[in-house]
Write a protein that binds this ligand. Structure first.
Ligand SMILES: Cc1cc2nc3c(=O)[nH]c(=O)nc-3n(C[C@H](O)[C@H](O)[C@H](O)COP(=O)(O)OP(=O)(O)OC[C@H]3O[C@@H](n4cnc5c(N)ncnc54)[C@H](O)[C@@H]3O)c2cc1C
Length: 449
C-alpha cells in the first residue's frame, strides 16, 4: 500500500508519525489512534485516484477537514486506513452576489469565506464555534449560534459535488432556492460523516449582512429561570438571530480564560438582526418585557460591533475556557435536542444529574433550537461516571421525543444510542450505506452500530 500511495501521490502523501497521529484524533474523543497514511488532496482527481486505490487494495478512507469534530469521527477502526486531508482544496471558486451564491471547495474554512464575503455585504451564517471547513461542516450537518434564525447546513447548502465510493464524480441538487425534482440525495450526503461520499464542491446560500444588530446579555438567579425566559422568547415567536444559554460555571471559566468580568450567573446571550432600526427597537422591547417575568438580575447591551464581537467570542471560547479550567481531564459532551417546550425540563434534569453524580462541568448551548450541551470534565478514573451521566441525559432526551445529537453527529461515541433513537429506520440506513459503499471503504465503523 505504501509504495502504491507514494507512486500515485508523490509528496502529497505523508507517513510522518506526527502527521499520522494528528489525523487519528479529534477535539473531543478521549483516544488517539494514528492512521496508516495521510494523502493531501489538491483536486477531485486526487480524490478519485485514492478511492480507486482503496477499491483495489482494500483500505479504508476517512475524509478529513479541520479535525474539529468531537465524537470520534476521524478515529480509524477497521482495515489499514488512509486519512484524506482536504484542507488544500481551499479555493473559493465563485461568488455571485446577484444570486446570493458562493461555490467553494471543501477545504475552505467558514472564517475565510466570511472574510471574502464581507466586501459584498454578504455572509454565510452557519457558525460552529470552531473554524471548521465547509466540507466537514456539511458532512456533520453542522449548525451554531445563528441556526435559530438562518438554519444549519442542510438549509444553506443548495447543491454539492461528491466523489462516490466507486470513484464516480456526481453533483447532487441544483443551485436553486427550491426544487421538487426527485429524491433529495444532497441532504442525504449532508450529515453522512464521510460514510457515503467525499464532498469536493459546495454551492452555498448566502445572506445579506444585517443592517442593524443588537446584542444583549441577561443574567438570571437560576438556570431554570434562564431556560424559562428562553422558551418565553421562542414561544412569543420573536425572530431572534441568536439565543444562547451560558451557565455560571462556563462564565467563571470564561472570566479566568479571557480576563472578563461577567457576573458568574446563568445567562442568556441574545442577538437581534433587522433591516430597520424601528423594527429592531420593537423586537428588543418585547424581549425585555418577556424576560421580566423570570427575575433577571442584570441586563447588559453590547452596543458597538466590538462589544458584540467580544460577547460572541466569550460564547465561542467557552469550551476552551472549560478545558483550561479543568486541565488534564477527560471530557464527556452531550448534544441532545428536544422539542422547544421540553428543553427547560431537560436542562433542569441535566443540572440535577450533574449534582447527583458529583460531576464538575457546565451547561451551555443553542437553546433557541432546543439544543444544548453539557460538558463534563472528569479525571481518568471517573470517566465511567461521566458516561453514566451522558446515558441518563440521552435516555431522558429520547423520552422527551428528542434526539441524541442536534449537531455534532454520531461518529463512534454515539453509535450505541442509534438503535434506541431510530428503531426500524436503522435497517434502512444500513441498506443505504450498502448501496452507496458496498465494500465499506468510506469511514467504516461510524454512524451505524
Ligand atoms: C470548541 C468547539 C465548538 C464546537 N461547536 C460546534 C457547534 O456549535 N455546532 C456544530 O455543529 N459543531 C460544533 N463543533 C464540532 C465541529 O466543529 C463540527 O462538527 C464541524 O462541522 C467539523 O468540521 P471539520 O472541518 O473540523 O471536520 P472534521 O472534524 O475534519 O470531520 C468531521 C467529519 O466529516 C467528515 N468529512 C470532513 N470533510 C469531508 C468531506 N469533504 N467530504 C465528506 N466527509 C467529510 C469526516 O470524515 C468526519 O466524519 C465544535 C467543536 C469544537 C472543538
Amino acid at each position: 500500500m505504501r509504495d502504491r500511495l507514494k507512486e500515485a501521490f508523490g509528496d502529497r502523501v505523508s507517513f510522518s508519525p506526527s502527521v499520522l497521529e494528528a489525523h487519528g484524533r479529534d477535539e473531543g474523543y478521549p483516544e488517539v489512534r494514528p492512521v496508516d497514511a495521510v494523502v493531501f488532496a489538491e483536486s477531485a482527481e486526487d480524490v478519485k485516484r485514492l478511492l480507486a486505490l482503496a477499491n483495489e487494495l482494500d483500505f479504508a478512507v476517512i475524509p478529513f477537514g479541520a479535525g474539529t469534530s468531537i465524537e470520534g469521527h476521524l478515529i480509524p477502526v477497521k482495515k489499514p486506513t488512509v486519512s484524506l486531508d482536504l484542507s488544500r482544496m481551499n479555493q473559493i471558486l465563485e461568488v455571485r452576489p446577484e444570486d446570493f451564491l458562493a461555490v467553494v471547495e471543501p477545504g475552505v474554512t467558514r472564517e475565510e469565506l466570511n472574510r471574502r464575503l464581507r466586501p459584498h455585504g454578504l455572509f454565510f451564517p452557519v457558525d460552529p464555534g470552531a473554524n471548521a471547513t465547509l466540507g466537514g461542516m456539511a458532512a456533520t450537518n453542522a449548525s451554531g449560534t445563528t441556526t435559530v434564525r438562518y438554519g444549519g447546513m442542510r438549509a444553506n447548502v443548495l447543491a454539492l459535488e461528491a466523489v462516490m465510493a466507486d470513484g464516480e464524480r456526481v453533483r447532487f441538487g441544483r443551485p436553486v432556492r427550491k426544487t421538487s425534482a426527485g429524491y433529495d440525495l444532497k441532504d442525504l450526503l449532508i450529515g453522512s460523516e464521510g460514510t457515503l461520499g467525499v464532498i469536493t464542491r459546495l454551492y452555498l446560500k448566502l445572506h445579506p449582512l444585517p443592517a442593524y444588530v443588537h446584542a444583549l446579555r441577561v443574567f438570571f438567579p437560576t438556570i431554570e429561570d434562564a431556560a424559562g425566559a428562553a422558551y418565553a422568547l421562542m414561544g412569543a415567536g420573536l425572530p431572534v438571530a441568536r439565543l444562547e444559554l451560558v451557565d455560571d460555571q462556563a462564565l467563571r471559566a470564561v472570566n479566568q480564560y479571557l480576563k472578563k468580568d461577567y457576573p458568574e450567573r446563568p445567562a442568556l446571550f441574545i442577538e437581534f438582526h433587522s433591516s430597520t432600526e424601528a423594527a429592531l427597537t420593537a423586537e428588543r422591547e418585547v424581549a425585555e418585557e418577556l424576560i421580566k417575568d423570570f427575575g433577571p438580575l442584570e441586563l447588559a447591551a453590547a452596543a458597538t460591533p466590538e462589544e458584540q464581537k467580544s460577547q460572541w467570542e466569550a460564547r465561542h471560547q467557552a469550551y476552551w475556557a472549560l478545558v483550561h479550567r479543568f486541565p488534564n481531564r477527560k471530557y464527556a459532551i452531550t448534544d441532545t435536542a428536544v422539542p422547544l417546550s421540553r428543553f427547560p425540563e431537560l436542562i433542569a434534569y441535566a443540572k440535577e444529574q450533574m449534582e447527583a453524580l458529583g460531576l464538575e462541568g457546565s451547561i451551555l448551548g443553542h437553546v433557541g433550537d432546543g439544543n444544548f450541551h453539557t460538558i463534563v470534565a472528569v479525571r481518568e478514573e471517573d470517566y465511567p461516571r461521566a458516561e453514566t451521566y451522558v446515558e441518563r441525559l440521552v435516555e431522558r432526551a429520547l423520552e422527551l421525543e428528542g434526539t441524541i445529537s442536534g449537531e455534532h453527529g454520531v461518529g463512534l461515541r454515539k453509535k450505541k444510542y442509534m438503535e434506541k433513537e431510530h428503531g426500524p429506520a436503522l435497517s434502512w440506513m444500513r441498506k443505504l450505506k450498502a448501496a452507496f459503499d458496498p465494500r465499506g471503504i468510506l469511514n467504516p465503523g461510524k454512524v451505524l452500530p
